[in-house]
Write a protein of this length. Sequence first.
Lengths: 312, 279
Amino acid sequence: MGTGNMRMAYGRALLELGRTNNQIVVLEADLGKSTMSNIFEGEFPERYFQMGIAEANMISVAAGLALTGHVAFANSFAVFVSGRPYDQIRSSVAIPHLNVKICGSSAGLSDFGDGKTHQSVDDIAIMRVLPNMKVFSPADAVETAKVVMAMAEIPGPCYIRLNRNDLPDVTDPGEPFEYRNAKTLRDGKDIVIYATGYMVYQALEAAKTLEADGISAKVINVATIKPFDAEGARAAAVGMKAAFSVEEASIYGGLGSAVCETLCSGPDESRIPVGVIGIRDTFGTCAQSYEELLKCYHLMPEDIVAKVKDML
Amino acid sequence: MEFNANEIRDLKKRAAQLRSNLIDMVPPGKVGHLGGSSSIMDVVAALYFKVMNVFEDPRDPRRDRLVFSKGHAVLAQYAAFVELGYVEREALKYVKTLGCTLQGHPDMDQTPGIEAVTGSLGQGLSICLGMALGFRLDQKASRVYCIVGDGEQAEGQIWEAAVAAAAYKADNLCTVIDVNGVQATDSVDRVLANPDLYQKWEAFGWHTIEIDGHDMNQILAAFAQAEATKGKPTAILARTVKGKGFAFAEGKAAYHNAAMNEDEYAQAREMVKKMMEEV
């Protein structure tokens, strides 16, 4: 399998959407060269709205564009487009369930050099808690393109979080993206790992090590965090010794919470212990490489392996 | 600019009727945003019954848009919706009750004629800018009107929108700042002084007009000027009286969001009756 970049895939998907749907508009808060929304700008300057460094205004303007029949994609870094304009997303967009699609770029720890102000540990949680909001976190560039195309079709507000770095492909280019349905990428019989974003790759790597150690791990890619595939998640948990969630985000309020909420409220056979793996109630920090930072935050395959063995 | 005397009289009558509808919504003991709804009522009458393109169907795509960024004053819009036939007069009785059509703040899902969700202050002007840009993109003639409070001028997002609207030369956008001088807890000057609004809006690149917000001639002239202004959005600073028309409430923060007692309500009824007769 090759590698890809979610940001590039995002920009190209916007361009493709722009070519097929003249109601697509894109808003940017001066980070277009990083979010890659500038790919869209190049071909459709009249449908590209540079709003400057003013994210609150950008989100409400996107709401206004949606109110005139447009599908508005608004971009910035995940921290600046989720937390800062939270109330604008809540009131201008989510309450009236408008067609505003929010792209949180350079999410999680992926902007490794810029430190805690630029790294989002909380974006999944704060988007997930909003009624009417759908939350997507694709596993690779291949899936990113498909999710973006789907977001344009799914009615109402959506949030997508994207990684900054070049990453290995883990999903099959030939398979369509299925909204909401969590997808099993590796089968197993002892434990189930629900992972999202780049952590899907890390979980698959961990599963290889576990296999060698005699533990068979099923790995599920949760690209749609909300609405969460509760039925699929429960079905996957049946007969397993334990479940694990892995995300490059806070252990509070994100995928881990969705997994716990789901399994603990389901039928007895899927009510199994859950190990929540993520960022442990702390902000980010600077590092010289992405890998160095992931090691520091215990989000490497060996950390997943250790957690699994510890729980079993 | 002078307007037809009959037309002015008709609009004054409309405004009086809207103030009557307003107090229908807040009978004795029922809390409501009386002050800020009545201060903007003359502007609202002018917009819905003269300035804006409105249609029998509140969703008609040709319509102009009016958004209350100061969403708490939505009672002024509800008062007009009854006259426009968008909601039943009966609905006025049930404002802010469980399952009602007329919610405490603008709610697109519940109320025909409401164009955006506002109430969390500071967001309406940005939403209106988005609408204005959307219309321009689709080459639609609809104009967008936004009502902003003077206390609301403290919200930073207002000025983000002001910069962006001027940068985008959104001349199909017009905002009316309801300068009634009083906000929820005290006078605007005492809560957080924000002087020289005229100079500020002008400096932000808007065509800026200052009027008496209760003078129908001045109101109509300002909107005509706004429509004729090309290459920049227009800000109308409407000097108004909070609680206008209800003497006991005029200029008082206590009536920003309050309930009238029986005596005050009776007075309010009398005052509205007089307004109608005077016209």
